[in-house]
Write a protein that binds this ligand. Structure first.
Ligand code: PMT
Length: 429
């Protein structure tokens, strides 16, 4: 059974914490609640005790509590901690590293990941002091769950609403899932292309292919779970939800995908360094407030349309003739361009082949100057495009033997590919 500390601080959103506590219990967590003084003005410890079946912790120096489960035991007991809602005052106190009440002391004393879900009035949220504290918390390794925007209890409209309990639960489970994964990409920035591209013929028609983006999105999740910061460039009109913690950029055509890939691989000059994730320390952050660093790894899963129309027709083409010839020109090769422009980036290609898979894959490895290429046989209908499964043969620049990944879900294949990428980049350095 997973153990969570739910810490509640003073704010009207504290009423949602009761629902959250119940949801966590239903999801199989053992829940212990810490309430600040402020929280108790909004909701009673008795409510949380009844919902969790455990006494609620409120005092740092309470002889009775210390005999049961003192602050250090509590800090050690937890697999994860969630502060929801986290008031502006709590953010400031955590940013300062204070330890003058139970909540702040446990935050300092725990090795478990701490998720912080701020909630406050929108004007308070915008205050530079609050924003500065959020930045500090991200740098310190706290994982921020950003508030929603919308109508607030006080009547204002804006940023600062506590996300709904089921969203908070998703964040908790996502963070726990990451804890079991070796952090082979900790501190790395990975840029991934996914899905098809679509090339306009006229305002209503286009050329494209059957890629759904599933493979690329599974890789984005796997890279993120392995500790990487991930930018996912999704082409065409990929319908999949964005994996948690991943930055998603939507583009349509190959030309747009190339521009986005160059920009995100190059990095933004204004990006601020953050404390690198330590593989032994499970504090992760998605750094939502920061710009992006240069990429360490580029993975091209996108099925890029090889050709586009020389010029998309400005108006819908009328079906007056029996025949229509499209004048097509070759699209830029995104992967080859990135590998040529950024020789220090570890480049991973995919190869979708229907015949002579190995020969073509090795050919692309050399021609595009890649570090690694993962090859799927798309002539099989049970794997490859669209399906939930895949099977791959992987070839490397610096290793003679291929690695065979037998048929498995795209999620599992992605995790195995990330293991291979991690091993090769860490050996290379
Ligand atoms: O999206 P799904 O439905 O989950 O399907 C997954 C997939 C089958 C699309 C995926 O596993 C896959 O094989 N992607 C590569 C498809 C492909 O176009 O392969 P290719 O052999 O044409 O290209 C080789 C490599 O060069 C690929 O990494 C491709 O992204 C890249 N490329 C190709 C052409 C181009 N103009 N620019 C590129 O970057």
């Amino acid at each position: 059974m997973k153990r969570i500390i739910l810490a509640i601080t003073g704010g009207i959103a504290a009423y949602k914490s009761a629902v959250l506590a119940r949801l966590l219990v239903k999801a199989g967590f053992e829940v212990r609640v810490i309430m600040s003084q402020g929280a108790q003005a909004f909701i009673t410890p008795l409510t949380l005790q009844a919902l969790t079946g455990n006494a609620v912790h409120t005092e740092l120096l309470d002889a009775a509590a210390e005999r049961g489960m003192g602050h250090i035991e509590l800090a050690k007991w937890a697999d994860i901690m969630l502060i929801a809602p986290a008031s502006a005052n709590t953010l400031a106190r955590l940013a300062m590293g204070m330890a003058d009440d139970l909540l702040t002391t446990v935050c300092l004393a725990t090795a478990a990941p701490v998720l912080v879900a701020p909630a406050m009035n929108q004007q308070m949220w915008q205050h530079p002091a609050v924003q500065l504290n959020l930045q500090t918390l991200a740098d310190l390794g706290y994982q921020l769950v950003m508030p929603d925007s919308g109508e607030q209890a006080c009547g204002d409209v804006g940023m600062g609403r506590l996300p709904e309990p089921d969203t908070l639960l998703v964040h908790v489970e996502h963070t726990l899932a990451r804890l079991t994964v070796p952090q082979v990409l900790a501190g790395r920035h990975v840029v991934i292309t996914a899905g098809p591209t679509i090339e306009a013929i006229d305002p209503v028609r286009y050329l494209s292919n059957h890629s759904t983006g599933k493979m690329g999105f599974a890789l984005a999740t796997a890279c993120c779970n392995a500790g990487a910061r991930v930018t996912l460039i999704a082409g065409g009109k990929v319908q999949l939800p964005t994996p948690l913690g991943v930055t998603r950029i939507n583009v349509l055509s190959a030309e747009q995908m190339l521009v986005a890939a160059q920009q995100y691989v190059k990095g933004n000059e204004n990006w601020q360094s953050v404390i690198d994730d330590d593989p032994h320390d499970h504090h992760h952050h998605d750094a939502p407030l920061l710009d992006h660093p240069p990429a360490d790894v580029f993975i091209a899963t996108a099925a890029v349309a090889d050709y586009r129309t020389r010029q998309a027709a400005p108006q819908k083409i009328k079906k007056t003739q029996d025949e229509l010839n499209l004048d097509l020109v070759k699209n830029p090769d995104i992967l080859a361009t990135i590998s040529a422009e950024f020789p220090n980036v570890f480049t991973v290609g995919f190869a979708a082949e229907t015949q002579d898979v190995e020969r073509y894959a090795r050919g692309k490895l050399t021609a595009k100057n890649l570090d690694m290429i993962a090859c799927n046989d798309v002539s099989r209908s049970d794997i490859g495009f669209g399906s939930d499964d895949n099977a791959m043969t992987v070839f490397f620049r610096d290793q003679h033997d291929a690695v065979i990944l037998p048929k498995a879900s795209k999620g599992e294949i992605a995790a195995q590919l990330v293991g291979l990428i991690g091993r090769h980049i860490n050996v290379r350095e």
